[in-house]
Design a protein around this ligand. Structure first.
Ligand code: F6R
Length: 241
């Protein structure tokens, strides 16, 4: 894993946004793997600005989001589809058929999960996968203990993740306890991965991750240790050093 601490949160987000823009400019058929959450909000804000002020053809890109809450109405403000529209898709020239999410309803769930994995790999893998990290080391909603060969599937969220996500809901009881997430197998097939961690809450897990020599399923993000093209970006607060 390569590593860079960019000091401020703004600079770290700006750097990741520039990498996303450069990826699209270098290949107009890019497949992008996208994450949601607080860490990514400034990234998408910067990316919208960069797209507005630079020549870039978005008409053939495809995006694949990591996860969605299970059985949450995708029109609701807490859904990740809503998040992506609000922070990115509504502000750029992209058609709904270009963006993809794991299906989050129970009808045909297994078949849809397999179809999502096939779609991710169709023609070529994801060119650039963006990842955040949970305080417990999760990537996507692949919680600690997830086998590294896991595919897209429904998962139970840990209490730590439910607590962390409660800030987006009126009460903790409203936070869904299940989600559908892209599996670790699909994530690590990506050509290139950028993991962004900002804020002091992420420092302990970053320290733990950077002390590890070998991947261990106890910390899902440690699967990245053996991936050939991973960049971890932090601000001062989250830096492991
Ligand atoms: C969400 C996702 C999660 C988040 C992680 C960090 O799509 O993939 O793994 O990246 O939970 O969330 P924040 O950025 O809110 O701390």
């Amino acid at each position: 894993m390569e590593f860079i601490n960019l000091g401020s949160t703004t600079l770290a987000a700006q750097y990741v946004a520039i990498e996303l823009l450069r990826q699209i400019q270098s290949n107009k058929r890019s497949k992008l793997g996208l994450a949601t959450g607080g860490t990514m909000e400034p990234v998408y804000a910067q990316l919208v600005q960069l797209i507005q002020s630079n020549p870039v053809d978005l008409s053939e890109i495809q995006t694949f989001n990591l996860d969605e809450y299970y059985e949450l109405d995708t029109e609701s403000k807490q859904s990740y589809l809503y998040y992506m529209k609000h922070h990115l898709f509504n502000h750029i020239d992209i058609r709904p058929e270009q963006y993809n999410f794991p299906n989050n309803d129970s009808v045909q769930l297994e078949a849809d999960n397999e179809a999502y994995d096939r779609l991710i790999m169709q023609d070529h893998p994801i060119n650039l996968q963006l990842l955040g990290i949970g305080t417990n080391g999760h990537i996507g909603f692949n919680e600690p203990g997830t086998p590294f060969d896991s595919n897209t599937r429904m998962v139970e969220l840990t209490n730590e993740t439910i607590q962390a996500n409660a800030r987006y809901f009126d009460s903790i009881e409203e936070v869904p306890t299940k989600a559908v997430t892209m599996g670790i197998r699909s994530i690590i097939k990506s050509h290139r991965i950028i993991l962004l961690a900002t804020g002091e809450k992420k420092k302990p897990i970053m320290q733990q991750l950077f002390q590890m020599k070998y991947p261990d399923e106890v910390i899902p993000a440690s699967v990245l240790i053996h991936h050939p093209n991973v960049l971890v970006v932090t601000d001062d607060a989250a830096s492991p050093y």
